[in-house]
Design a protein around this ligand. Structure first.
Ligand code: ZN
Length: 214
C-alpha cells in the first residue's frame, strides 16, 4: 500500500458522505443540478490549493464559473482562458467577472524574487513588468512580504485591464453594458476578501470601458 493511499481514499469517502447529506436534505438536489448551469459569476483566480473560492464565499455548485492558473494571469493569446471567457460571456451571460489574486502567492513571489522553475518564470513575466513599472511605490514598502502582497494587488488590476482589451469584453459591453468587473485579493492569513478599487475613469479615457459603464 502506498503511504498516501489513505488520504486519497478519504476524498472518495468524503464524496459518498457528502452525497448522502445532500440527498437527505433534498432528494432532488442532483436531479436539479444536472439540468444545467446559470452562474452569475465568472471567477479567474490563482491555482493555489488554499483558495477554493466557493468555500470562502459560501457559494453553491452552479453559482461560479471558474478558471484558474498560476498567479491569475490574463494573456490575450491564452486559448484556454479565452474559451472560458467567451463561453461565460456569450453563452452563460454572466453578470460579474471577478479576478482574484491573493497574498502570499508563490507565483508573484517567483516573479519578484526569481525562481529556478523556467516555465513559472515565463508565465509570470508580465508580473515582473508590473514590478518594474511600479518600482518606486514597491521599493518604498519596507517589509518584503508587504511589498510582494502589494504586487499581488497591482497584478489583479493589470489582469483586469488585460481582460478589457479582449474583443469578447468589448462586444459584451457594447450590447449589454455588463458584466461588472471586480478585483479581489484574498488575505489568506485572515481569510478575508479585499475588494480593490479599479481605475474605471482612466480605463474609460482609453476606451477600455464604455462611457456608460457603472
Ligand atoms: Zn497564487
Amino acid at each position: 500500500m502506498h503511504e498516501h493511499d489513505n488520504e486519497y481514499k478519504q476524498l472518495l469517502l468524503n464524496n459518498t458522505k457528502w452525497v448522502e447529506e445532500k440527498l437527505s436534505a433534498d432528494p432532488d438536489y442532483f436531479k436539479l443540478l444536472s439540468k444545467g448551469q446559470n452562474p452569475p459569476f465568472l471567477y479567474i483566480g490563482c491555482s493555489d490549493s488554499r483558495l477554493p473560492i466557493d468555500v470562502f464565499t459560501g457559494a453553491n455548485p452552479g453559482q461560479i464559473f471558474i478558471h484558474r492558473n498560476v498567479a491569475n494571469q490574463v494573456f490575450l493569446n491564452d486559448m484556454n482562458l479565452l474559451t472560458v471567457l467567451e463561453f461565460a460571456i456569450k453563452t452563460l451571460k454572466v453578470k460579474h467577472v471577478i479576478i482574484c489574486g491573493h497574498y502570499d502567492c508563490g507565483g508573484i513571489q517567483a516573479a519578484y524574487n526569481g525562481t529556478d522553475l523556467n516555465l513559472v518564470e515565463n508565465w509570470t513575466m508580465n508580473v515582473r513588468d508590473i514590478a518594474m513599472e511600479y518600482k518606486k511605490e514597491l521599493d518604498a514598502i519596507e517589509n518584503i512580504n508587504d511589498r510582494i502582497n502589494r504586487l499581488s494587488e497591482l497584478n489583479v488590476i493589470r489582469q483586469l485591464r488585460q481582460l478589457c482589451k479582449t474583443s469578447i469584453m468589448h462586444e459584451a459591453f457594447k450590447q449589454n453594458n455588463y458584466p461588472q468587473l471586480h478585483g479581489w485579493v484574498l488575505d489568506i492569513a485572515h481569510g478575508k476578501i479585499i475588494e480593490l478599487e479599479l481605475p474605471v475613469a482612466e480605463w474609460k479615457d482609453y476606451g477600455l470601458l464604455p462611457e456608460n459603464y457603472l
